[in-house]
Design a protein around this ligand. Structure first.
Ligand code: XIL
Length: 370
């Protein structure tokens, strides 16, 4: 374990004073690491500011690798099991819901004052096999409502935010606003209202989100996604669907230029339609950045800084969550590899749990919302 963790925590510098140093490119080296560790963890800042900070990680190594989860609990206010809340993970056999490690890890986190995010109730990618064999819409709806009722009420008071629907918007523009999914094909778009209503009935206080990705850049598919998403949100509003909040997944790519104006406008429109915003799956692809780690970390951090300034300028997000904890365990390697063979560095912590420049950018952003 990193020796920095045994350092007494001194709050000599506020995050904003500390970040003044970044202007001079003061990152890298032990002195900088020591200064970063003099800062309180993001969980303290998040708590003070009222924006819970979250980390995502599978439960797969719990409780064997307990120390790792202790480490997670030290850094965040909310923990997101990456796949374990997915319907196909919980209900492999129809009617038999197995919560596996979710109950014990929820308890472990609660004892450390960390709550959970439920990701995700309905996602086309996580449909149980048995459900796909059902034909009658009424049977599918009944199964969906039973599942939502069971899982949401079970974690009432523990899960603070649910991603009720994940990735239903299309990227085909206004005329093709929805993605073709099992749910849409079998039930039509009304299934979303039913899902949100079932979740609301099971927990009147939890934040209910619609979560989606792919609208950050000046590319045709990203623009189409923004339009599709806004069309969907207008429909939600007209149909009185009980959505509190829109999750911006925020899988960024530091090799691209953010569409700043487009993003600010998009966030503003989401807000004007009456929705809160959550930053739900923040990480940064760095596959096309130079090899040097220090400048790479700097470019990634700058990208996040710009992004948060765009999306977070209009409103205080309800939560900010990184999609992963340490660089070496990122999910992004499923899709991306650097040509030079070096490991990607998409997250706020390196493999020794050291805070990186991205960490400081998130800290500064949270502080700015006080
Ligand atoms: C990823 C998980 O992190 C991986 O472990 C899994 O194998 C694939 O899915 N958008 C989402 C997340 O909403 O559920 C995805 O998570 C990443 C993209």
């Amino acid at each position: 374990m990193n020796s920095a963790h045994s350092m007494p925590r001194r709050t000599l510098l506020t995050a904003s004073a500390l970040l003044g140093l970044t202007a001079a490119r003061a990152y890298g080296g032990d002195a900088q690491a020591a200064r970063l560790y003099a800062e309180p963890p993001l969980r303290d800042i998040g708590k003070r500011v009222g924006i819970p900070y979250g980390l995502c990680e599978t439960t797969s190594q719990f409780p064997a690798n307990r120390g790792y989860y202790e480490q997670i609990a030290k850094e965040c206010n909310i923990y997101v099991p990456s796949n374990e809340f997915n319907w196909k993970s919980i209900e492999r056999t129809k009617g038999v819901r197995a919560y596996g490690k979710l109950d014990t890890i929820a308890q472990f986190m609660k004892e450390r004052d960390v709550r959970l995010v439920g990701h995700t109730l309905l996602w086309y990618y996580a449909v149980p096999q048995w459900l796909t064999q059902m034909e009658a819409p009424s049977d599918i709806t009944a199964a969906m409502e039973a599942y939502i009722h069971d899982v949401v009420s079970r974690f009432r008071g523990t899960v603070v935010r649910w991603d009720v629907i994940n990735e239903q918007a299309g990227a085909g523009g206004e005329g093709n606003a929805l993605r073709r999914t099992f749910y849409l094909d079998k039930l039509g778009p009304g299934y979303m209202k039913q899902a949100f209503a079932a979740a609301r009935a099971a927990d009147p206080n939890v934040l209910l989100c619609y979560n989606d990705f792919g609208f950050e850049y000046d590319k045709p598919d990203n623009k189409a996604k923004r339009a599709a998403l806004l069309a969907l949100l207008r429909q939600f509003r007209d149909d009185k669907v009980e959505v509190d909040c829109i999750g911006f997944q925020s899988h960024l790519d530091a090799g691209l230029q953010l569409d700043r104006d487009g993003l600010v406008k998009f966030a503003r429109e989401v807000k004007q339609l009456g929705y809160k915003i959550a930053i739900t799956e923040l990480d940064v692809i760095d596959e096309n950045l130079p090899a040097d780690e220090q400048s790479r970390d700097h470019a990634v951090a700058n990208h996040v800084k710009e992004y948060l300034a765009c999306v977070g300028s209009e409103a205080k997000p309800v939560t900010v969550t990184s999609w992963g904890f340490t660089d070496g365990r990122t999910w992004l390697t499923m899709w991306h590899r650097r040509k030079d063979g070096r490991a990607m560095r998409p997250l706020p912590f390196d493999d020794q749990y050291n805070r990186k420049e991205q960490w400081a950018v998130i800290a500064q952003y949270l502080q700015s919302k006080l």
